[in-house]
Design a protein around this ligand. Structure first.
Ligand SMILES: C[S@@+](CC[C@H](N)C(=O)[O-])C[C@H]1O[C@@H](n2cnc3c(N)ncnc32)[C@H](O)[C@@H]1O
Length: 193
């Protein structure tokens, strides 16, 4: 998927990778163990979400963006999208400011807040490693318009107990994309059916 992107987008992804390596690991936003494998574990893992973002989407929200994952790689690859990064922790938000300034990303905005404090109604959200799947869906309800959907980076154990909990709670879900690496889970679309 990265190979299909235009040269300037690939260069921005590489620049973001370098920022993660030089700043985000030292700031504790990314595990030190991931330092040597940032490209696969964070950039490629984020970019695979592109296959599941609707072509006609206009505005999307990355819930609990942390160091900008998956929102910044998605915004780089889809400059036609307006991407909101929601992150309540000030130090993380400062890193996000630095990243969007240095990468000159004009389609990204940072909202320094918990989702519970926001007044938005969008059709599509992203979330990776924020809370359990059922709780992430609950958080997405603060941002989604009726019928809106959440793209969840599910854990390796999906479907398992997490999917059973979603079923019990009546949360609709379907797998959008299977995992590509042994350490990954699938991408799951929740809601909207
Ligand atoms: C484990 S980090 C994951 C960050 C990033 N999505 C990733 O995949 O690397 C979870 C992030 O969610 C944020 N978070 C937790 N609860 C939140 C809430 N209610 N609203 C917005 N963000 C939240 C935290 O501040 C933290 O940065």
């Amino acid at each position: 998927m990265v190979d299909a992107l235009p040269g300037p987008s690939r260069a921005r992804l590489e620049a973001f990778h370098d920022l993660l390596a030089s700043r985000a690991v030292a700031l504790g936003m990314i595990s030190t163990a991931d330092g040597p494998r940032l490209w696969e574990r964070h950039i490629l893992d984020s970019v695979r979400g592109l296959a599941c973002v609707p072509g006609g989407a206009a505005t999307i929200v990355d819930i609990g963006s942390g160091a900008g994952l998956p929102g910044i790689p998605v915004a780089i690859a889809r400059p036609d999208l307006s991407v909101y990064l929601v992150e309540p922790r000030a130090r993380r938000a400062a890193f996000l400011e630095l990243a969007i300034d240095s990468l000159k990303l004009s389609n990204v905005r940072i909202l320094v807040s918990r989702v519970e404090g926001l007044d938005l109604a969008v059709d599509f959200c992203l979330a990776r490693a924020v809370a359990s799947p059922a709780n992430t869906w609950r958080l997405a309800q603060f941002l989604l318009a009726p019928g809106g959907r959440l793209l969840l980076w599910a854990g390796r154990s999906w479907p398992g107990a997490s999917a059973a909990e979603c079923d019990r709670k009546g949360i609709p879900w379907e797998i959008c994309s299977p995992s590509g690496f042994s350490w990954q889970g699938p991408l799951v679309i929740m809601g909207g059916t």
